[in-house]
Design a binder for this molecule. Structure first.
Ligand code: SAM
Length: 213
């Protein structure tokens, strides 16, 4: 099976079948060449129903997790989105096709630099990759209409809640070091947030001032 066929099956069997219905998310994930975000030795598994190692002890998330987290932001195309945990750059690429602008922060310098190069080569011109502690957010770009954390946190980092626009959503896996629940925080008013808890999940740790030590 070629990559196009594998990608279509990924969308129908892994993502749509589990209840993700946002057409824009499905179409975007049916288009983006996920195999270009993994190493050559992982090419044959690029469209598998699981996360994959990307080096430095980190992973590219399972396609379904990418889809459901993206859907939960409810993007329409005009948003500025902050992602914490660039990793391979795949999630940033998905967000970049669904929002106006994406700022993504990666803690591990080698991963951040590789993702910046990859995204530029693939033509994702509306993504800025920053190397640093994403738990602090990026105040220069705030407020954000969407924030996504792609690593597991002990709690939703306060700076990220503060940098959320009124009406904006923060999606973050929260829990223990080895297992979390996906939380969606909506900033309803300046001082009023609503939290909704969804799927159980398992992410690598968010390490930083407002994450794990
Ligand atoms: N979104 C990525 C992708 O599409 O490939 C997958 C991200 S991976 C599951 C989690 C990433 O979060 C790792 O690359 C890790 O280094 C990064 N990370 C952990 N703590 C961080 C922090 N405080 N700031 C920024 N990145 C962090």
């Amino acid at each position: 099976m070629n990559f196009d066929e594998q990608r279509m099956l990924m969308v129908t069997r892994q993502i749509q079948a589990r209840g993700v219905h946002d057409r824009r998310v499905l179409d975007t994930m049916a288009r983006i060449p996920r195999h270009l975000f993994v190493s050559e030795s992982r090419l044959s598994s690029a469209y598998g129903d699981f996360p994959l190692p990307i080096g430095e002890g980190q992973t590219i998330s399972q396609p379904y997790m990418v889809a459901t987290m993206t859907e939960s932001l409810g993007l329409s195309g005009n948003e500025r989105v902050l992602e914490i945990g660039t990793g391979s750059g795949y999630q940033a690429a998905v967000l970049s096709e669904l929002a106006q602008e994406v700022i993504t922060i990666e803690r591990v310098e080698s991963l951040g630099n590789a993702a910046r190069k990859r995204l530029a080569e693939l033509g994702y011109g509306n993504v800025e990759v920053i190397v640093g502690d994403g738990t602090l957010g990026w105040p220069d770009g705030a407020p954000y209409q969407g924030v996504m954390v792609t690593a597991g946190a002990p709690s939703a980092p306060t700076p990220l809640l503060q940098q959320l626009d009124v009406g904006g959503r923060l999606v973050v896996p929260v829990g223990e070091r080895h297992t979390q629940i996906l939380e969606i925080h909506t900033r309803q008013e300046k001082d009023k947030y609503k939290v909704h808890r969804e799927t159980a999940c398992r992410f690598v740790n968010l390490i930083g001032k407002h994450g794990w030590s």
